[in-house]
Design a protein around this ligand. Structure first.
Ligand code: ATP
Ligand code: MG
Length: 335
């Protein structure tokens, strides 16, 4: 009998346009994982309400995130793609798990403290219990692996804690303790175009390349990217801004092109205008097919809905088994 593939869960918040950092930091790994694991990938619409509660944007954002993931190479035949809010079992387990979460530990979570600083006028209870809901997203599917970026280690630690606490209190092994997973070479950080920091949804728009950017926008953003062009002696290490452009080239340009510009830096014959033109064209060739496919998919809302529905059915069936066992262990099985 073939061994069953291990279960992986990951979620994406539908809070804005996906960018090159999301692609290389997350989606590219999803595409590799879909071959190796039993993947449950969801659009975290409930999570988005803690910070982006605008009904006007929600559906469009959810559909676009789905379309951009599929256009990037996620295969709905291979992975279970669903909306978090379609899984009615999640809030029930969330309620049960809240009984095992301490207010003190939730208040200490760094991302909660960040949010208190960022939106002092809206410190909702959802923000505080975010790690509980996130843990339940993972635990309810009995995932053993979770792909996490560099910034998300602490949340996974909490999911492990909740799994452990539940298992101890009810003397069970219902919840595996999920482990962080990354392909060895996959922890990349995509730099922003303004010389420092990383590309991000909430950063300066001109410094981030979105999967939805049109060709001229891509060229223009790269043309305006920061380069410190002060003359230096040959052999000087690259300043961060130049290194960032070379790093982007490594992702989308041919190896001999990268070598050419690295050598040109070393002997100080580099022409930044040419380099940016080259990077601009290579970036257009990389992003345009994803953008066009995503555009087509977004027109086909029937298709996207069909995928969400099928994904939700499968995710619910798996979640229902977990919830049923949890209820029984707690003593909530009257009939
Ligand atoms: P926000 O600005 O709202 O935090 P974001 O652009 O940082 O948004 P997230 O939704 O926080 O995006 O992250 C989604 C996924 O993309 C995570 O796995 C994260 O590690 C990854 N990611 C985001 N930005 C980058 C980046 N610049 N380089 C590599 N990975 C990234
Ligand atoms: Mg982020």
């Amino acid at each position: 009998m073939a061994t069953e593939k291990e279960i992986v869960v990951s979620g994406i918040r539908p809070t804005g346009y996906l960018h090159l950092g999301n692609y290389f930091g997350a989606i590219r790994n999803y595409i590799r994982m879909q071959e190796d694991f039993n993947c449950y990938f969801f659009v975290a619409d409930w999570h988005s309400l803690t910070t982006h509660p605008n009904p006007k944007d929600l559906q469009g954002n959810v559909m676009r995130v789905l379309a951009e993931n599929i256009a990037s190479g996620l295969d709905p035949e291979k992975v279970t793609l669903y909306a978090q809010s379609d899984i009615a079992e999640i809030p029930e387990l969330y309620l049960l798990m809240n009984m095992l979460a301490y207010v003190g530990e939730l208040e200490k979570v760094p991302t909660f403290k960040d949010k208190v600083r960022l939106q002092p006028q809206n410190v909702n209870a959802g923000l505080l219990t975010y790690p509980v809901l996130m843990s339940v997203d993972i635990l309810i599917q009995r995932a053993v692996k979770v792909p996490v970026g560099k910034d998300q280690g602490q949340h996974l630690e909490m999911a492990r804690n909740f799994a452990q606490r539940f298992n101890r209190r009810y003397d069970t092994d219902l919840f595996p303790e999920p482990e962080a997973f990354n392909y060895g070479d996959s922890l990349v950080r995509i730099p922003s175009l303004d010389g420092s920091g990383k590309m991000s949804k909430s950063e300066n728009e001109m410094a981030t390349l979105y999967l939805a950017d049109d060709d001229d926008k891509i060229r223009n953003k790269i043309k305006k990217a920061k380069t410190d062009s002060a003359a230096v002696t040959p052999g000087t290490p690259m300043p961060e801004s130049v290194q960032n452009l070379v790093d982007l080239m490594k992702l989308v340009s041919a190896p001999d092109v990268v070598q050419f510009y690295e050598a040109a830096w070393d002997n100080q014959t580099i022409r930044f205008g040419d380099m940016k033109k080259q990077l601009g064209e290579d970036m257009v060739n990389f992003i345009a097919p994803i953008r066009e496919k995503a555009k087509d998919l977004q027109q086909d809302t029937d298709y996207l809905r069909k995928i969400m529905k099928a994904g939700a059915e499968k995710a619910r069936a798996n979640a229902a088994q977990t919830l049923q066992q949890a209820r029984k262990l707690i003593g909530l099985n009257y009939y």
